[in-house]
Design a protein around this ligand. Structure first.
Ligand SMILES: [Fe+2]
Length: 186
């Protein structure tokens, strides 16, 4: 069981203290919503910890965006606050260049939700109905369109999904996308 002295409310307050950008705040909320949804399915005792990982994974990105500093600076600060090492490892592992292996379900889900949540939000933005009625099929179609949201790494999304499939958490990419859409709709 992952325990942390930090609550979801405290994590959100800290994130607001470090991040001014509405879009970056919204991104972390989106990833947190996905993480909470997945935790309810795979780790019901850890919903709060998984949510906190989502809320804080890019906490230092606005102030320290370079690979030399992100997410190391944020993680060092969170460690000083006593945040659980499982959460810190997951945050380190979401940035592939840190070389920190994603060994826990929390870390593997964080990586699998990060880019995908951003991508789903981007797809919703160009639809008249936004998230409502959005299907995995339309998301997958947009993933194949390399010009759309070009900054989103398709390779990272594929790698994240492959890990979850290997772990038996989802059958395939469609199921994972469906779950993330459902999380974001909620
Ligand atoms: Fe992120």
């Amino acid at each position: 069981m992952t325990t942390t002295p930090m609550t979801v409310e405290a994590a959100r307050a800290l994130m607001h203290e470090w991040v001014e950008s509405d879009s970056l705040r919204g991104h972390m909320e989106a990833v947190a919503a996905c993480m909470a949804h997945h935790a309810r399915l795979h780790a019901p005792g850890e919903v709060e910890a998984w949510t906190i990982a989502g809320l804080l994974h890019d906490v230092d990105y606005e102030k320290h965006p370079t690979p030399e500093e992100h997410p190391t600076v944020g993680v060092a600060h969170l460690r000083s606050l006593g945040v659980d090492e499982t959460i810190l490892d997951a945050i380190m592992g979401h940035a592939p260049y840190t070389g920190v292996a994603r060994t826990t379900p929390m870390a593997r889900h964080l990586f699998a939700c990060d880019e995908l949540a951003g991508f789903i939000v981007a797809v919703a933005k160009v639809r008249p109905d936004g998230l409502s009625g959005l299907t995995a099929k339309s998301v997958r179609k947009k993933l194949k369109d390399k010009a759309f949201a070009a900054a989103v790494s398709r390779a990272d999304i594929a790698e994240g999904v492959a890990d979850l499939v290997a772990d038996g958490c989802v059958a395939d990419e469609t199921e994972h996308i469906d779950r993330c859409i459902a999380a974001l709709q909620g």
